[in-house]
Design a protein around this ligand. Sequence first.
Ligand code: PEP
Ligand code: MN
Length: 338
Amino acid sequence: MIIKLKNKVAEEQVSSLKNRLLKQGFELHESIGESTHIIGVIGDTSGFDIESLYAFEFVENVIRVQEPFKKVNRKFKPDDTIVDVGGVEIGGKNIVIMGGPCAVESEEAIDEITPLVKEAGAKILRGGAFKPRTSPYSFQGLGLAGLDILENAKKKYNIPVVSEIMSVDELPYFVEKVDLIQVGARNMQNFNLLKELGKTNKPILLKRGFASTIEEWLMSAEYIMAGGNPNVILCERGIRTYENSTRNTLDISSVAVIKRLTHLPIVIDPSHAAGRWEYVESLSKAAIAAGADGLIIEVHPNPEMALSDGQQSLKPARFASLVQQCKKIAIAIDRTLD
Ligand code: PEP
Ligand code: MN
């Protein structure tokens, strides 16, 4: 339940309302903006007479929240959330591009690609150290050594880094070494992992599971926020449908739905959606036009030799040209891509 108060109500008055609700066993979350003062009421309100709240003269409106997610709900926090990732803001007017290889393959490979993606316009370097591969015989990533390589690149090239966590065991290393912790599609409903991430204050890039509804995805974000971590960025990476000409179907409509339902930022991963490098530019442009706050794109200097996902990785020059194309779209919709 969400209670919207009239403008400029004295704190003593608000306390009388809050005390009544607290006595009834509800948890309260207050959000005070420039012209809005909202109290989110968490708990089972099904048996509560919401009309009775209008007895408080300063209550403007009471809304029963239908959705099961509360903290991620835009009704609770109308203003867009901006997440600071090592000094790069995601969720504001500026669109942020992240780029880099699917996997951290070696120190030399990261040394080669990082200046190239940075020069092309990427603000955050991506690279998987722990790789969730369908086959146990495929390259599994360099593990902790991969995180060290990313940490070195972050310092050497002054660029924040994002990498995927697969198990709670590695959380202390991720907290120390990366700026943005990615939860992959396969772990979107690893609730133990989400709960532990909720106890940190690290920015989290929460990918949508390939067979998950938007509501399930937002409930996973709710797990992180319920633990006390507000720094969640959503990432649409395509869902599994009957269509098999692309690796996944990019659910571009999720951008519009997410923008309505939640205040959290959303970025698009066109690489894992498309599964082929030829489609990545088109999907990227569509994502920006639809209102996404950023993109995460796989880039490799030599995709033919990549240890994973070479078929969907862009060569650096193509990535640079994609960024320029996306910039034009950003300007056309009154945003920036700087
Ligand atoms: C990745 O980003 O490297 C990855 C494995 O993505 P997803 O979890 O979306 O499949
Ligand atoms: Mn990949």
